[in-house]
Design a protein. Structure first.
Length: 130
């Protein structure tokens, strides 16, 4: 079955279920959680895999301008292409959150390779602490 390729993994964040075991996410939800993990991990954060993650955290305290937003979109496309083989990234948009120069909204439009289903994810990113 095509959905089996999407896999099964630990829920993110890791949770314990009612029977005391780990909770798991499957298929599309597993892919979405994997994308969230990639975007939430800064390069160098994982000791055993220092290249894993996304370089967007290099832009904390950067000015909120088109150059910064374009660089963030590039970093996201590069990281997802490298670390999430189950998807094709179709578009990444980085927009300023209304009424806040501090927060960006990152829109990731992607297609699942297993079944060509189109999905999207919105990831909040703060240039400075809220």
């Amino acid at each position: 079955m095509a959905r089996d390729f999407l896999g099964v993994g630990w829920k993110f964040p890791i949770r314990v279920n009612a029977r005391g075991g780990l909770s798991y996410s499957t298929h599309e939800q597993d892919v979405e959680e994997a994308i969230w993990i990639i975007l939430s991990t800064s390069k160098g954060e994982r000791v055993m895999e220092p290249d894993f993650g996304c370089g967007i955290y290099d832009y904390v305290f950067a000015p909120n301008n088109s150059g910064t937003r374009g660089s963030i979109a590039y970093e996201i496309q590069k990281s997802l292409a490298e670390y999430e083989p189950r998807i094709d990234v179709e578009n990444v948009r980085v927009e300023t959150f209304p009424d806040s120069d501090n927060q960006l909204l990152i829109y990731v439009d992607y297609r699942l390779r297993a079944n060509n289903a189109k999905r999207n994810l919105v990831y909040p990113f703060y240039l400075t602490e809220p």
